[in-house]
Design a protein around this ligand. Sequence first.
Ligand code: A2P
Length: 358
Amino acid sequence: MSLDLLDPQPAAAEGLRPRALDVAVVGATGAVGAELLACLERRNFPVGRLRLLASPRSAGQTLSFRGAPVTVEVLDQDSFQGVDLALFSAGASVSRAYAPLALAAGAWVVDNSSAFRADEAVPLVVPEVNGHRLGDQAGRLVANPNCVAAIASVALAPLHARRLVVRIIGATYQAASGAGAAAMAELQEATAAAVAGQDYPPQVMAHPYAFNLFSHDAAVDPESGYNGEELKVMAELRRLLAAPDLPASFTCIRVPVLRAHAMALTVRFAEPVSVEEARAWLAEAPGVRLVDDRAANHFPMPNEASGADEVLVGRIRTDLSDPSGRSLSLFVAGDQLLKGAALNAVQIAEALVRSGAI
Ligand code: A2P
């Protein structure tokens, strides 16, 4: 299969797909679901029939696609008849239960959950980073990575291609959107309540969210002390960078930001690398926007990353704690709902369409 994976152009614009596809979005009413619809629409993905699927709570609701209302249906075992492509974003348990049914019905599945990400038989893909993996799998299932891993990999891959990354230490500043639409609403409501001097007992998050930050809500492994998010990020970065033994350590923190994740990365390479080299490689890298203005003290920020397709990379500096000159520190921000989730899923689907797989 020949894949043109670095082509940033949407699939339909390439004119390679004569047939409109039957597309299902599982979790269409969620925060990622809304962005999946927006990405399919604005990138002119060749959607013919669109099926919007969610829980019984949302049955009968309508969502807009290309200016027309589409009714949300309840996800069930018959939802995938005739579907060419199913985009799943309703959590791991829904994916585990229903992705096999979609595959059995003949659909391609791009899964946004963590259900299949650790399965070596399932490609875990960020098209700019390891899109070649799409050509070598046996099945029709592709896993979309964890949002931090996806965003970090876009920043790291252009460097890793020139100087092997041999160690990563990261600290994240993660937005509410990673915990879903209800968490985003809680951040807004809790902030409004705090400004008004009212109490707001946390409902979705475990801790007060207004004017606060806290360790990521994933369960903590009692032995290592790492939480589930940190372990996922480390494992998935190793897969994305094709570096199975890469030493990595992350601290994942939830911050009161709505939808873009930021992260500080300190990266050691096998050989020395200069700031100028790193800047030049990142400036021309697909999916990256260099935001690295020392004079203006202007570096990646969540508000500038929100709504952007690119991952913002800056604060590129030599790590002074490593006198060998082999380490750099970077600051990165990316839209959790876009490159961290929906956009990457749609880009995977576009690559599959361009290759003729779907
Ligand atoms: P619903 O809105 O009907 O609950 P978010 O991550 O923003 O919370 O969104 C989760 C998405 O997953 C929503 O669209 C939600 O639908 C959907 N979802 C959650 N549980 C199920 C389920 N058991 N079956 C189908 N869809 C589900």
